[in-house]
Design a protein around this ligand. Structure first.
Ligand code: ATR
Length: 270
């Protein structure tokens, strides 16, 4: 049995063990996957202990993704540019770091929801770690424009500078968003965690807009409720992205791509 784990703080509510064990059953892989709580200042020692016990790989979640980027011996391009790592593979005695979050988001939008990103006007809300991780994968789909709006506009401007070489990125505040609507609006802020929502111009939504919240909870988030009030019909929470980033990690470790459909459907029912 090969051992894997997700490490974070807090971790008790993580759905990753359930998702990966379902992948393993489906693909008949003999693995065990557990959740590990690391104290705030003991991330590295927690990782080392798990490796010494024979662990083959790990997922990394809040608040350790940036630190994980520091301790990886090698990084994939997408992890390096995101500045964050959500997947370790322990191979040949060293730690390989990857980031499957952006790929998970793109797969959920384009394959599961069947909404192409290519040629679309995208609004990304937020300029923290979660937003940064999905910018390059979004630009690689060739949207017409990617507007990054943030409460602190300077942070969006820094991202504009960093990512402009990869595609058409524009930084903005929320209320000074250009008077235009968007095809896809992605909430990558942590506001939903506090049941908060930045004030948004109502013009940004059309009935055909996809409103996508990278967060998920048992109740629809404030952002999705607000979008629905504006007449938006296509609403999605982050469960699909969660399962797809897990599938990308599983593929990296095991070389097999699990079928995600049933697992997403089951998790959305809860
Ligand atoms: P994460 O890793 O989840 O992205 P983060 O790096 O702390 O966490 O970033 C949090 C993001 O959510 C930021 O874009 C933050 O906006 P600021 O940069 O202006 O702080 C945004 N955010 C959090 N709470 C918010 C709120 N109530 N309204 C608007 N934006 C909020």
């Amino acid at each position: 049995t090969d051992r894997y784990a997700v490490v974070g703080n807090p971790i008790s509510h993580s759905k990753s063990p359930q998702i990966h064990m379902a992948f393993a059953r489906q693909t008949q892989q003999d693995i065990h996957y557990e959740a590990i709580l690391a104290p705030q200042n003991e991330f590295q020692s927690t990782v080392n202990t798990f490796r010494q016990q024979g662990g083959k790989g790990m997922n990394i979640t809040v608040p350790f993704k940036q630190e994980a980027c520091q301790i990886a011996a090698s990084l994939t391009e997408r992890a390096r540019i995101a500045g964050a790592v959500n997947t370790f593979k322990f191979a040949d005695g060293h730690i390989q770091g990857d980031n499957t979050d952006g790929a998970g988001l793109i797969r959920d939008i384009t394959i599961n929801l069947k909404i192409p990103v290519t040629g679309k006007r995208i609004l990304l809300m937020g300029a923290g770690g979660a937003a940064r991780g999905v910018i390059l994968p979004l630009l690689q789909q060739h949207p017409t424009r990617l507007v990054i709006a943030n409460r602190t506009p300077q942070k969006a401007q820094l991202l504009q500078q960093q990512f402009s070489e990869f595609g058409p990125v524009i930084a903005s505040g929320y209320m000074d968003l250009p008077g235009e609507c968007f095809d896809i609006i992605i909430n990558a802020t942590s506001a939903s965690l506090n049941n908060a929502l930045p004030e948004l111009p109502s013009k940004i939504f059309t009935t055909d807009t996809l409103a996508y919240d990278m967060m998920y909870s048992t109740e629809p988030t404030r952002f999705l409720n607000y979008a629905a009030q504006q007449g938006v019909r296509h609403l999605a929470d982050g469960i699909g992205m969660l399962v797809e980033q897990a599938a990308e990690s599983f593929y990296l470790w095991r070389g097999i791509r699990p079928d995600t459909r049933n697992i997403i459907t089951n998790l959305k029912k809860i």
